[in-house]
Design a binder for this molecule. Structure first.
Ligand SMILES: C[S@@+](CC[C@H](N)C(=O)[O-])C[C@H]1O[C@@H](n2cnc3c(N)ncnc32)[C@H](O)[C@@H]1O
Length: 219
């Protein structure tokens, strides 16, 4: 039995479900640092879902070449439709990100993952980053968004929201992850340093920009 969550069934209603639960908050979080990645040349985009962010990234950056990977065929269909204007700069790969190994000639100066790292445990994230790291250029950027549990009065609402989302995704997609990984320690261990962050929704949503400081030098 496959252990990869399958987002096919919720690919089409995903946008509506998102707007119904959190309005435009996720969209704002994804787009917060768009201006800061306009000069990237080659991006690896992980689990972009229906391609809403990627279409904006292409429009903002006329030279960018993108490899977009996702395990969901339906999500990739929607992404291709939404990014049809930019098809000559887009390569899609349907694959479990945990098994994705970039080709030896591939190099990336930008990684993007919005609300994607939370599909994995920390052990899985370390594995995923270890596969991708050899393809990263010095000073590569990583643009990401994720949920977080803030301290203070928003802690309980955040815990309830995140638990409810994991339960919903477990039922709808078979996702097995049940808690947020500490992605910051995984990125730091891989040589990235966070250069900026913007919090939304009382600190429950985090837009982050990371930069590779100590490039990977092999196992
Ligand atoms: C929670 S959705 C996030 C979608 C979008 N990035 C966003 O900001 O809303 C997770 C996305 O990652 C994909 N995904 C989940 N697990 C995956 C895996 N193991 N390998 C590749 N893609 C995966 C799903 O198909 C989906 O498109």
């Amino acid at each position: 039995m496959s252990r990869t969550a399958n987002f096919d069934a919720i690919a089409v209603p995903y946008r509506t479900l998102e707007y119904l639960t959190l309005g435009k908050k996720l969209e704002r979080t994804r787009l917060h640092f768009l201006d800061r990645v306009r000069t990237a040349h080659r991006a690896l985009v992980l689990g972009d879902g229906d391609g809403r962010f990627l279409a904006q990234l292409f429009a903002a950056n006329p030279k960018l070449q993108v490899t977009a990977i996702d395990s969901s065929a339906r999500m990739l269909d929607l992404l291709q439709q939404r990014c049809a204007l930019f098809a000559d700069r887009l390569q899609t790969v349907q694959v479990d990100a945990l098994g994705y190994i970039p080709s030896p000639s591939a190099t990336y100066d930008l990684l993007v993952s919005h609300f994607f790292l939370d599909c994995f445990t920390e052990r899985q994230l370390n594995e995923l980053i270890g596969h991708i790291a050899p393809a990263l250029e010095a000073n590569a950027q990583w643009l990401l968004s994720d949920f977080r549990i803030p301290s203070g009065r928003m802690r309980l609402p955040a815990q309830v929201l995140v638990r409810s989302l994991y339960l919903a995704f477990h039922i709808l997609t078979g996702l097995r992850t049940t808690s947020l990984p500490h992605h910051a320690s995984c990125l730091s261990a891989a040589g990235f340093a966070r250069v900026d962050r913007k919090l939304y929704l009382g600190g429950i949503l985090s837009a982050e920009l990371w930069r590779l400081q100590n490039p990977y030098d092999g196992p």
